[in-house]
Design a protein around this ligand. Structure first.
Ligand SMILES: CC(C)(COP(=O)(O)OP(=O)(O)OC[C@H]1O[C@@H](n2cnc3c(N)ncnc32)[C@H](O)[C@@H]1OP(=O)(O)O)[C@@H](O)C(=O)NCCC(=O)NCCS
Length: 198
């Protein structure tokens, strides 16, 4: 699967634009905030290097997109599409450097949190994972203390399958592993449809 297969996605309030190297300068100050990184994987360096986003995009994310192992988008409000407010990405379980078999990661500038925006982005990329990329299962480990992230898993139809310890930027924390099968994804979409109809 190749880079050009990554589509721009759209939700009711946002555009999800495939990641580009040119986004790095804008993303650097947004990402390098303690409240953004504290519950991310322990491989993320802290203090965060001044060119950390550029390095990550150039050496890790974009090559993985080229290999067809990862799919990353920046999040932008439709009312201001030139401004990045966060990012979301999907990863194959067998991708290079994915020992946790984590299939999805996301973060949002704290200024924009608490408005349901990441739930919207998650629903769009879940559809992409199952419908376009054709995977059978989506898995997402997260720190138990990261209640906002767990709430997103729960309300988008995922199931808690395992509790274990993992390394985060904050240190060693209890982790919940959430999962969703293709069948569960289909049922959650049907349930959403009937909610809208009623
Ligand atoms: C996780 C994150 C992306 C959530 O983004 P968001 O746009 O604020 O999320 P949403 O508004 O779509 O949904 C968050 C849900 O968590 C709930 N929530 C948030 N804080 C909560 C708390 N302290 N206790 C209980 N629920 C909480 C919200 O109420 C909301 O659920 P609701 O819509 O049913 O009310 C954001 O907090 C973030 O960027 N965190 C830093 C990066 C990170 O941790 N990424 C995830 C790594 S696994």
């Amino acid at each position: 699967m190749k880079r050009e297969w990554i589509a721009e996605l759209s939700t009711s309030r946002m555009v999800l634009r495939p990641l580009e190297l040119g986004d790095a300068a804008q993303v650097q100050p947004l990402f390098a905030q303690w409240d953004v990184v504290k519950y991310l994987n322990g491989k993320v360096p802290w203090p965060f290097p001044e060119d950390g986003v550029l390095q990550y995009y150039r050496d890790v994310a974009l090559p993985a997109m080229e290999r067809g192992e990862e799919w990353h988008w920046t999040l932008r409000l439709k009312t201001a599409p030139e401004v990045v407010i966060g990012a979301i990405g999907l990863m194959r379980s067998d991708a290079v450097g994915n020992p946790e078999q984590n299939n999805r990661g996301f973060w949002l500038d704290p200024k924009w949190q608490g408005q349901g925006l990441m739930t919207e982005a998650v629903l769009a990329v879940n559809d992409y994972w199952f419908e376009v990329l054709g995977f059978e299962k989506l898995r997402a480990p997260k720190a138990v203390v990261n209640v906002a992230s767990s709430a997103i898993s729960r309300k988008t139809g995922m199931r808690l399958v395992e509790v274990k310890m993992s390394e985060y930027v904050s240190g060693r924390l209890e982790t919940e592993v959430w999962e969703m099968t293709r069948e569960e994804w289909k049922s959650s979409k049907l349930a959403k449809g009937s909610e809208l109809a009623s």
